[in-house]
Write a protein that binds this ligand. Sequence first.
Ligand SMILES: *[C@@H]1O[C@H](CO)[C@@H](O)[C@H](O)[C@H]1NC(C)=O
Ligand SMILES: *[C@@H]1O[C@H](CO)[C@@H](O)[C@H](O)[C@H]1NC(C)=O
Ligand SMILES: *[C@@H]1O[C@H](CO)[C@@H](O)[C@H](O)[C@H]1NC(C)=O
Ligand SMILES: *[C@@H]1O[C@H](CO)[C@@H](O)[C@H](O)[C@H]1NC(C)=O
Ligand SMILES: *[C@@H]1O[C@H](CO)[C@@H](O)[C@H](O)[C@H]1NC(C)=O
Ligand SMILES: *[C@@H]1O[C@H](CO)[C@@H](O)[C@H](O)[C@H]1NC(C)=O
Ligand SMILES: *[C@@H]1O[C@H](CO)[C@@H](O)[C@H](O)[C@H]1NC(C)=O
Length: 330
Amino acid sequence: MMDRTNFLLFMSCSMIHLFISCLASNILNITTDQSALTVFKSQFEHDGSNILARNWSSYTPICNWIGVTCSFHHHRVKAINVSNMELSGIIPPELGDLSFLVSLDMSGNKLYGNLPKELSKLKRLKFISFSFNRFSGKIPSFFEAMPNLQQLHLRNCSFTGSIPPSLSNISKLEALDLTYNSLGGMIPVEIGNLGHLKILTLAGNKFSGAIPASMFNVSTLEMADFSYNSLSGNLPANMCRNLPSLTYFNVYSNQLYGQIPSTIEECSQLHHLSLQLNQFNGPVPKQIGNLSMLVVLYLGDNNFKGISISLFYMTRKFHVGCTCFIIFNL
Ligand SMILES: *[C@@H]1O[C@H](CO)[C@@H](O)[C@H](O)[C@H]1NC(C)=O
Ligand SMILES: *[C@@H]1O[C@H](CO)[C@@H](O)[C@H](O)[C@H]1NC(C)=O
Ligand SMILES: *[C@@H]1O[C@H](CO)[C@@H](O)[C@H](O)[C@H]1NC(C)=O
Ligand SMILES: *[C@@H]1O[C@H](CO)[C@@H](O)[C@H](O)[C@H]1NC(C)=O
Ligand SMILES: *[C@@H]1O[C@H](CO)[C@@H](O)[C@H](O)[C@H]1NC(C)=O
Ligand SMILES: *[C@@H]1O[C@H](CO)[C@@H](O)[C@H](O)[C@H]1NC(C)=O
Ligand SMILES: *[C@@H]1O[C@H](CO)[C@@H](O)[C@H](O)[C@H]1NC(C)=O
């Protein structure tokens, strides 16, 4: 009996010991952050302005490095902003060890290669911008492993392939910018599950098929830019029913067709509406005149009934009570 108890005690002690030493070997500190950023710095073939080479010195504390912000409370790196520093190189997997990182801005450099999957360990990230770099391959699906991500900016990054549907699992996402890549295929229906999305910009890609109906259900949406793609299909008859905050809607240069729904007036906050260069037909609904916030309206280069001009561009100079339109025939 005694032996058995001792044995159990021994067993649980060694389990706890194992657990603690296991934990200890995983404890990351500011030294981890310094190693990660040193690896990042060391692999630049070309640091155009040479700022980091000089400034990120091992003789000065990492929290004083340019572009590095530390959390006072945790004494770990919480933000990195190395935008527009002419950095040329890859993103090393070690960056995934910056476990207290909240904001990562590497936009406007010449970074290339793949985004390492180790970045998915960055659970606190709220803001990511890799815009204006030259990565290769597809948009990784691991962003879904970042539960706090609010802004994902991947503009002009040379990504190919399609939008990974898993992006729809980033439930706090408010801004998704995939403008100017070489993305194609259909816009995944699941994107309509992003219940906090305010800004969606997919312009300048090769998306085809219809704009998913689920998109028009994202009631937080303020800005939707689908311009310069190959989208087809109709605008849903009740497109504005669930878009009370939409201020910007742009489908310039696609292959959309059908009529402009007269319910467009329900998007009462619209400032900018661009339907130009599509195959819309039928009459232009007079309800457009009820959009009292509208500043810019592009309707040209469609097949509207009764409008033979090739370009129909209207701006509205409005002040309270004025419903005057200026119409330019170009
Ligand atoms: C970080 O942890 C390592 C052990 O993992 C230790 O050697 C080092 O002194 C620690 N650094 C700081 C600044 O606490
Ligand atoms: C690095 O840049 C920061 C911010 O500009 C500056 O405060 C610091 O003195 C610089 N450090 C070195 C070693 O040049
Ligand atoms: C990074 O720095 C640039 C230049 O100072 C600034 O425009 C940009 O807003 C910063 N990014 C973030 C995420 O704060
Ligand atoms: C994309 O970025 C490159 C620089 O990285 C720039 O030369 C090019 O004009 C950009 N393209 C667009 C469409 O913004
Ligand atoms: C979202 O996450 C859930 C749970 O992990 C998974 O079952 C589902 O397939 C994911 N959705 C997409 C579109 O990847
Ligand atoms: C839009 O939301 C309504 C109400 O939640 C739902 O019944 C409908 O199926 C949704 N439509 C799409 C296309 O997701
Ligand atoms: C739209 O404008 C017309 C007059 O042009 C007006 O009779 C109608 O009540 C307006 N509708 C709304 C919803 O404001």
